[in-house]
Write a protein that binds this ligand. Structure first.
Ligand code: FAD
Length: 325
């Protein structure tokens, strides 16, 4: 059963977000011979057509209106809706990102379609598409399918591998004049001031070194940053650390923070409260460093180190420096 699939490709800091390539990988699984179209917005959108083709797009629809250079709800809603009206997809996939979480339900509600959000797996089965998503704050997974009509889903970063680029592929590129009137925009972005986790986006980071109240100070977080830098990862935090003022809330992982699924999560001085586990327990490998052998974090850890993080983390940093040099 072939399906036409539309993927919203996101551009950030001048590059395509990895989750958009992961959405294309998901699209390849479910298209089953149908056409995969990628939509990409902003004045530089055409630059990304080749990469999108290499990762599976058969067609790339670009909208180069400069009002799409920065995300605003109104501009993206109008542009994406126009692409959908043109492409008539059977399946629409976006990343489960700030943009995907804003624009997808807005369009789905307007069209009267359902939306399956935060999917960690997508597979075709018996003429349907089975979407897997976490429930109960990540404690269990549910499989869902849409009975009929257009299927809309957001894909959680770092769960469906993007796959290798096939540079022999090319796509038909079409420019869409989306005609966004300035009057229709209720917000104008004048400047973006980004609070980063050492330059690596937490939700897409493959390796996260995370600190809790046990880190004891903002100064203490520098020890974690050094390890993250050596590993090419990002620094995250528990709410305990954020509440204590050791780091910015943009680093908070958990039920009321970011949900992450890195390959490696190193939890330092974090007790493992249920609200923290909700944001990281699906990480592929969890290493916990805590001086309390009874700490709950050890119940979800693949590897546990009972010890003082200020001794253990610098040792790890030195050893990784030797291995990775
Ligand atoms: P603590 O529980 O104080 O743990 C500190 C740990 O550090 C201890 O286990 C201690 O043994 C260890 N330690 C101390 N010194 C060292 C050392 N030198 N070396 C090694 N280990 C050491 N929390 C989140 O994280 N994310 C959320 O999104 C979140 N949302 C919440 C939402 C709600 C509605 C509520 C009620 C709470 C939420 N919380 C959240 C808070 C959560 O319940 C915990 O209070 C919080 O996660 C505790 O942070 P912590 O583990 O850093 O601190």
């Amino acid at each position: 059963m072939s399906r036409n699939v539309l993927v919203l490709a996101e551009v950030r800091d001048g590059g395509l977000r990895n989750v958009s390539l992961e959405c294309l990988a998901a699209a390849r699984r479910v298209a089953e011979g149908g056409t995969i179209t990628a939509a990409v917005f902003g004045s530089k959108a055409k630059e990304f057509a080749d990469t999108l083709a290499h990762h599976g797009a058969d067609k790339v629809v670009v909208a180069t209106d400069e009002k799409l250079d920065q995300y605003t709800t109104d501009a993206y809603f109008q542009a994406f809706k126009q692409v959908i009206d043109k492409v008539h997809p059977d399946v629409i996939l976006t990343g489960h990102t700030a943009i995907g979480r804003d624009v997808s339900p807005r369009i789905a509600a307007r069209m009267g379609w359902g939306l399956i959000s935060d999917c960690t797996d997508v597979q075709p089965a018996d003429g349907r598409i089975i979407f897997t998503r976490p429930i109960y704050a990540g404690k269990a997974f549910v499989k869902k399918a849409v009975k009929e009509g257009t299927v809309f889903a957001t894909i959680r970063p770092n769960n469906i591998p993007a796959g290798e680029a096939d540079t022999s592929r090319s796509a038909q590129v079409e420019e869409l004049d989306v005609a966004i009137s300035a009057d229709s925009l209720r917000t104008i972005v004048k400047e973006v001031v980004r609070k980063t986790a050492g330059g690596v986006d937490l939700t897409e980071a493959r390796i996260i070194v995370s600190g809790g109240r046990g880190v004891k100070s903002a100064e203490g977080f520098k020890v974690l940053q050094e390890l993250a830098d050596v590993l090419g990862g990002a620094v995250g935090a528990s709410r305990g650390a954020c509440d204590a003022g050791y780091c910015d809330y943009s680093l908070q992982i958990g039920q009321t923070g970011k949900v992450v699924t890195p390959d490696l999560y190193i939890a330092c001085g974090i007790s493992g409260a249920i609200q923290h586990l909700a944001g990281m327990s699906n990480s592929k490998v969890i290493v916990a460093i805590n001086k309390d052998p009874e700490a709950n974090i050890f119940n979800v850890a693949d590897y546990g180190i009972v010890g003082d993080l200020f001794e253990v983390v610098p040792m790890l940093t030195e050893e990784f420096k030797k291995v990775l040099a």
